[in-house]
Design a binder for this molecule. Structure first.
Ligand SMILES: C[S@@+](CC[C@H](N)C(=O)[O-])C[C@H]1O[C@@H](n2cnc3c(N)ncnc32)[C@H](O)[C@@H]1O
Length: 304
């Protein structure tokens, strides 16, 4: 074992091998490890609590997927759209820009994200509300198109979320969603989690690739069919995720407001530095210092 590996393996050997936190819901209890390797638990509040931190991390890439997704749906102008789990508005904004919608409603349980999107997306014919996918506060058949971007794996009972999406879509309307392929093609996160787990087996409990069983084509299609959606179709959407340099890749992980950044920020400084350097060593760096990755999402659409 070389000196670097020896040093980092000693660093991690003191970390307790017990899953310490629920990363899937809104509340998160993070475990950090102090200088002596003792686990420290602390309430970090909601995962989805900062729109400005979310944007450089995933929001910018979500916007690229949203564009492809809407082109695939190819819905005619004048529709009433609902964006479930609208977050900072990546998908809602694309709908407003590209779909010539009659109305766009976005809903998200994070009051902070809703405040952010209300401030940033102020078009007429759009409104944003606080609420949960599992209990949508709308009448049956209220929308022509009910969509959701990068959300379903975070909903505690996704079958309820999709059933609600189907309920509020009109008969013959569209129900559609996309999720990251956390287990494979979402490369920027795979580099992160594969390295985190290699350094510290505890991280496996928080690896979004393992925690997101529905983020695969068949489970996603089954989820839709189980909610009474028919003519279900699933496809991959690939988008380029290019970074100027390593700092451009790494700095969003330091904002600590989604599962991977939350994990990075739960570590003490030596362990975070070890993770950073191991990830840096494994990334494909171009001659000009840039890093060119690809992110794959699975998208599903069907008819109510
Ligand atoms: C990865 S973000 C995606 C945000 C946005 N749709 C986008 O494409 O950038 C996940 C979003 O799911 C939302 N979310 C989590 N649990 C939810 C639930 N039970 N119902 C609806 N949205 C939920 C979060 O608040 C957050 O905004």
């Amino acid at each position: 074992m070389d000196a670097y590996k020896l040093a980092t393996s000693a660093l991690w050997s003191a970390v307790p091998v017990t899953p310490e936190r629920e990363a899937h819901g809104m509340a998160s209890i993070a475990t950090s490890v102090d200088g002596e390797g003792r686990a420290q638990r602390s309430e970090r509040g909601s995962l989805w609590s900062s729109g400005s931190a979310y944007e450089p991390y995933v929001g910018q890439w979500s916007r690229l997927v949203a564009r492809e997704f809407l082109a695939w749906l190819a819905l005619s102008p004048g529709q009433r759209w609902l964006d479930v789990g609208c977050g900072t508005g990546a998908l809602s904004e694309c709908i407003l820009r590209l779909a010539a919608a009659r109305e766009v409603v976005g809903i998200d349980p994070s009051a902070a994200f809703v405040a952010y999107v209300r401030e940033h997306v102020t078009n007429t014919g759009v409104r944003f509300e606080v609420g949960d996918a599992q209990e949508l506060p709308y009448e049956e058949g209220a929308f022509d198109a009910v969509v959701s971007g990068l959300v379903l794996n975070f909903v505690p009972e996704p079958h309820k979320g999709v059933a609600e999406m189907a309920r509020v879509a009109r008969s013959g309307g569209t129900v559609a969603a996309y999720v990251w392929d956390y287990a494979g093609g979402m490369q920027l996160m795979r580099h992160f989690w594969d390295t985190a787990v290699a350094l510290n087996p505890v991280a496996r409990a928080q690896d979004e690739g393992l925690r997101s069983p529905l983020c695969h084509p068949e489970p996603l299609a089954d989820l839709f069919r189980g909610a009474g959606v028919h003519d279900v179709d699933v496809r991959a959407i690939h988008v380029p995720t290019h970074f100027r340099d390593f700092d451009d890749y790494w700095s969003p992980f330091l904002a600590g407001k989604a599962p991977a950044p939350d994990y990075a920020m739960s570590l003490d400084e030596p362990r975070r530095a070890a993770l950073r350097e191991r990830i840096r060593a494994g990334l494909p760096v171009e001659a000009d210092g840039s890093i060119r990755l690809v992110a794959r999402a699975w998208a599903a659409r069907g008819v109510r």
